[in-house]
Design a protein around this ligand. Structure first.
Ligand code: PGA
Length: 260
């Protein structure tokens, strides 16, 4: 059965002076939590400091992006081996902010997925439609295109080592989350595609997270959907107590829906 997962995406927030107390607050608040995995993705500059804070705790470390190559003349970029060396187990790939602001294409995102997996980390592949695409009835077409392109030529065992995040662009940072049923519908569709690309059994093991204005107040309703395996959280992950509550609610809802 799939263990629920909450990933904190701090985005471009967190000087060292901010990151240490935030990570400490989350770590201490979740000391006794069970039935869920938690990953913190601070900015690159805070990875080492957060790794120190999390050492010996069950919380895991992730990065928000990486370059597709293992090394080379790429000024200002960060390579996957640099991240795994710091203890990152997860890398977010294809976030809509990077697609939009940095012009990341599906082809580039696919190369990053390959590279993250080749370096022994879990790729968190983000897909999601814009408001306009949803209005035009293109939600499934959009996410299908992003999923197939992002996972192109990835072997089934590799796909089994990924996490998907459905993040409708219109829900990110807007305070307007997708309803649990809207999200569950897309998650079910994505899982069907994963079955095609791997097998029904493998697809049943892959976590599909929802992201977009998740907070403590709506996390349980979202996680109560059997198809929603946790959350990718931006804004609400910047407050330790709020994020701790969100994780606890997700864990409880996950146990309830999975009956374990
Ligand atoms: P948000 O961001 O929770 O602030 O909407 C989610 C994300 O972009 O991953």
């Amino acid at each position: 059965m799939r263990t629920p997962l909450c990933i904190a995406n701090w985005k471009m927030h967190g000087t060292l002076a901010e990151a240490r107390p935030l990570a400490t607050g989350v770590r201490d608040g979740l000391r006794r939590v069970k039935d869920i995995e938690v990953v913190l993705c601070p900015p690159f500059t805070a990875l080492a400091a957060v790794a120190e804070v999390l050492a010996g705790s069950p919380l895991k470390l992730g990065a928000q992006n990486c370059h597709a190559e293992a090394s080379g003349a790429h000024t200002g970029e960060i390579a996957p081996p640099m991240l795994s060396e710091l203890g990152c187990g997860y890398v977010i790939v294809g976030h809509s902010e990077r697609r939009r602001e940095m012009g990341e294409t599906d082809e580039l995102i696919n190369r990053k997925v390959h590279s993250v997996l080749a370096h022994g980390m879990i790729a968190v592949l983000c897909v999601g439609e814009t408001a306009e695409e949803r209005r035009q009835g293109l939600t499934f077409t959009t996410v299908e295109g992003q999923l197939r392109a992002g996972l192109a030529d990835v072997a089934p065992e590799g796909i089994a080592g990924t996490v998907l995040a459905y993040e409708p662009v219109w829900a990110i940072g807007t305070g307007v989350n997708a309803t649990p049923s809207q999200a569950a519908e897309v998650h079910g569709y994505l899982r069907g595609l994963l079955s095609e690309l791997t097998s029904k059994d493998t697809a049943a093991t892959i976590r599909i997270l929802y992201g977009g204005s998740v907070k403590a107040e709506n996390a349980d309703a979202l996680a109560a959907e059997a198809e929603i395996d946790g959350a990718l959280v931006g804004g609400a992950s910047l407050n330790a107590q709020g994020f701790v509550n969100l994780v606890k609610k997700t864990a409880r809802a996950g146990v309830a829906v999975r009956g374990t």
